[in-house]
Design a protein around this ligand. Sequence first.
Ligand SMILES: [Zn+2]
Ligand SMILES: [Zn+2]
Length: 140
Amino acid sequence: MEFIDRLLTCADCGGEFIFTAGEQLFFFDKQFKNDPKRCKPCKSKRSGAAMKTGTGPAAAGLSRTETRTECSACGIETTVPFKPTQGRPVLCRQCFQSKRAPTTGALVTAAATAGMVAGVGADHNAVSAELLATAQTTQA
Ligand SMILES: [Zn+2]
Ligand SMILES: [Zn+2]
C-alpha cells in the first residue's frame, strides 16, 4: 500500500492543507475511516479551547474549597475554607472571637491554634466550630 500526499480542505477555515503520506499511513494503521477534517492550526485551536473549558476556573487558582455558609450565631453570610459538617455550627470570625473570650488553660491554647488555622487565608473570616468544640472537649 502506497500513500501520496493529498490536498484536503479544512472544514473550519476552508483552507487547504496537506494530508501527508505519513499521516495517511498513521490513519491506515489506526484504521481511521475518515480523512482529517481540519488543518493543524484549526485542530490545535479546537483542542486548546476544549482544554480551557475543561479545567475552568481551577486553572486560575480558584480550586481551593470555599463554601458559602451562614454563621450559626449571628446569621451573617460568611465563607469558610472547608466543607462544614452537616449539623455542626459554623461561626464567623467575630462570634468565634467573642466565644473564646472567657478562656482558661487548655482552651486558650486550643482556641489559639484554631484561630491560627482559621487565619491561614487572610480573608477567611470564619472558623470551624468543630475546632472550637474540640477545644472545649480538651478542657473538660
Ligand atoms: Zn483550518
Ligand atoms: Zn457570627
